[in-house]
Ligand binder design. Structure first.
Ligand code: GTQ
Length: 380
């Protein structure tokens, strides 16, 4: 890519003029990032260990109750260290468009119903007995399930079991905040009425490949919960064929009435990396937030190695070169990820490029040292 060649000198007079412009609430185009030859993301590649997030949720649990009259949701969100400048009002974000958090719901708790214009999705990490009600349909949560809450749908979460249930929340909060287009409303009762049979949307699509004839017309969210079993079957079905060189055996969650992403503004994928998989590197303009569902391995992002295991979160910012490796010779690894591909494509921003040097593999120049809580006990 060609860079601008500048002969212009940033003289003291010019710098003073820049300050004058600033004082008059104006700015010099010639000194802005507009002519940068490629994206210059503020978000940086980063990884949060599961243990650190759990330690923080444990503290939140000791300090806060969930329910009507108390807090709505016990969720700790991930702040990209490159975007801390947006705190506390800009919601930080794991990437420039995506908010990601881990939510914990204890036995007996009800996270009361509300709705908002940001769209939301959940990936169930561990624990059984919780469910979510979305516009009157109750969806049971099982580890590995993907659950959507499209914009402006009422939703509450209930834990009727005897274990704490943990899940990832992902919302397009930074994006909707940038457009200042967010509305939010509380439901006037502690719970929503359940108007449909349990797991209605999921059961109607139990076959996976066929759709009820009444759904020929597009519907915003015909399925609310995509079960781990069906997702795993789809990955297993691919696995006798050649893997994608970058992403292994990856599937994306779709709306079967439109063929587009299940959640209109946030893409979501599950990828299976076979034992010993060593993916090639590439980069693209969409950004992603990953949570490791199963297995262990590492991802090299812009030359830095991020080691991961189940429950860890990491981010791949815009245009960052990345490659995934499964370090186990016997176990498959599964990565769940969310992305802003739907909005990048909608506005014509999506670009992708394979890394061509060194047979498609980056040189590792740095190994990421994850953060742990000061008082956390690291369980080996
Ligand atoms: O569970 O409804 O992490 O509305 C952030 C906003 C979770 C939720 C979040 C939300 C929710």
């Amino acid at each position: 890519m060609a860079e601008h060649k500048l002969d212009q000198q940033w003289t003291p007079e010019l710098l003073q003029f820049h300050e004058e412009l600033q004082a008059k609430n104006m700015g010099p185009l010639w000194a802005s990032v507009f002519s940068s030859s490629q994206p210059t993301p503020r978000a940086i590649p980063y990884l949060w260990k599961k243990q650190l997030i759990l330690d923080m949720l444990e503290k939140a649990k000791n300090l806060l109750q969930v329910g009507t009259g108390s807090i709505d949701r016990r969720a700790v969100y991930l702040v990209n260290p490159g975007m801390k400048y947006l705190q506390p009002h800009g919601w930080g974000g794991a990437t420039q468009t995506l908010y990601a958090a881990v939510q914990a719901l204890n036995p007996g708790e009800i996270a009361p119903p509300h709705r908002h214009m940001t769209s939301a999705l959940r990936f169930i990490m561990e624990g059984k007995g919780a469910s979510g009600v979305v516009n009157g349909v109750k969806y049971n949560f099982e580890p590995g399930d993907y659950v959507i809450t499209p914009e402006w749908c009422w939703h509450d979460h209930i834990n009727e079991g005897d274990e704490t249930v943990l899940w990832m929340d992902c919302l397009d909060i930074p994006f909707t905040s940038a457009l200042t287009s967010s509305f939010f409303e509380m439901y006037p009762a502690e719970k929503q009425p359940i108007d449909f049979p349990e797991d209605y949307g999921t059961k109607r699509y139990a076959g996976g490949m066929v759709r009820p004839i009444s759904d020929r017309k597009p519907s915003p969210a015909p399925i609310g919960r995509y079960t781990w079993d069906l997702t795993k079957q789809a990955i297993d079905g691919q696995s006798e064929f050649e893997a994608d060189p970058f992403d292994g055996y990856a599937v994306e969650y779709i709306n079967p009435t439109t063929g587009k992403d299940a959640n209109g503004r946030i893409g979501a994928r599950m990828q299976g990396l076979p034992p010993g998989f060593k993916g090639k590197a590439h980069r693209h303009t969409h950004s992603s937030v990953y949570v490791v569902h199963k297995g262990s391995g590492y991802t090299v992002i812009n030359g830095e190695r991020f080691d991961w295991e189940a429950g860890d979160f990491f981010v791949v910012p815009v245009w960052a070169v990345h490659e995934h490796v499964n370090t186990s010779e016997t176990e498959e690894a599964f990565l769940f990820s969310t992305n802003d591909l739907p909005i990048m494509e909608l506005f014509g921003f999506e670009r992708e490029e394979a890394y061509s040097e060194n047979e498609g593999h980056q040189h590792i120049v740095k190994v990421f040292e994850p953060d742990f809580a000061e008082d956390s006990v690291v369980i080996e």
